[in-house]
Design a protein around this ligand. Structure first.
Ligand code: HEC
Length: 221
């Protein structure tokens, strides 16, 4: 905006009138809108303290001093024996399902015991069966209601264990992550059970132990 210095002459008054018609003062409503816009922009740029009074409460930030403690530090040591929520194993094959180069592991990296498979079955039947079916074949009441992409049959083709572990840990397409519900060990247990299910659904009679083979032959008319 141009600034004029006027003398009190008739000519100056005329010039002032013209300047006023060209740049009338903004109506107050517009000014209010501008103030609101500034506040919103401020909030959008990360300064949330304007709108969120909780952020303005007195508190000690990390690394700040705090005279209430003998060592003068606001950050406290965790009590002895504290276990981090994401236990660091330094073994990505267990926590991520990949080796150090990022390739999916082709075998379950923890000992596969009967107890592990039992845990896997219990977790599978709670967290996976509602969608993928009790035997993993994708037959479930939920599947009939999911029209966009029904939960697939998990027995169709063999999957690399690292892949199944990642699907459970990170989620996959429409399927959510189950990492909040299942520890890494429980996820491996589910991977083991998914593998057991697949074998149970595609096994031939010749693969069964001899006594079971005999029993099955007797049962089959
Ligand atoms: C809410 C229903 C739902 C639940 C519960 C669920 N899944 Fe899924 N799952 C899906 C859907 C849907 C897909 C396909 C996602 C897509 O393609 O977008 C899928 C995909 C998968 C795949 C990949 C299949 C492929 O084609 O590569 C695997 C493996 C799998 N699920 C295993 C599991 C396991 C193990 C659990 C239990 C921890 C589980 N799912 C729980 C719905 C579910």
């Amino acid at each position: 905006m141009k600034v004029y210095f006027f003398k009190h002459t008739a000519e100056a008054r005329r010039a002032r009138r013209i300047a006023f018609t060209k740049n009338p003062p903004r109506p107050p409503r517009l000014r209010g809108a501008l103030v609101a816009l500034t506040i919103v922009l401020n909030a959008a740029c990360g300064d949330t303290t304007l709108l969120d009074p909780m952020e303005r409460q007195p508190k000690f930030k990390a690394f700040a001093a705090n005279s209430q403690y003998e060592d003068g530090r606001a950050m406290r040591q965790p009590p002895p024996g504290t276990v981090p929520r994401e236990t660091i194993t330094m073994r990505p094959e267990i926590t991520l399902g990949t080796d150090r180069k990022g390739a999916l592991v082709s075998a379950i990296p923890i000992p596969v015991t009967r107890a592990l498979i039992d845990t896997g079955r219990a977790r599978f039947e709670i967290f996976c069966a509602p969608c993928h079916g009790l035997v993993g074949d994708g037959v479930s009441p939920v599947a009939t209601q999911m029209s966009l992409r029904p939960p697939p049959n998990l027995n169709k083709q063999p999957r690399v264990p690292g892949n199944v572990f990642q699907v459970i840990s990170l989620g996959y397409g429409l399927m959510p992550s189950y990492a909040p519900q299942l520890t890494a060990e429980e996820r491996w247990a589910v991977v083991a059970y998914v593998e057991a299910l697949r074998r149970s659904q595609t096994a031939t009679l010749a693969e069964a132990p001899p006594d079971i083979q005999k029993k099955l032959r007797e049962e089959t008319p």
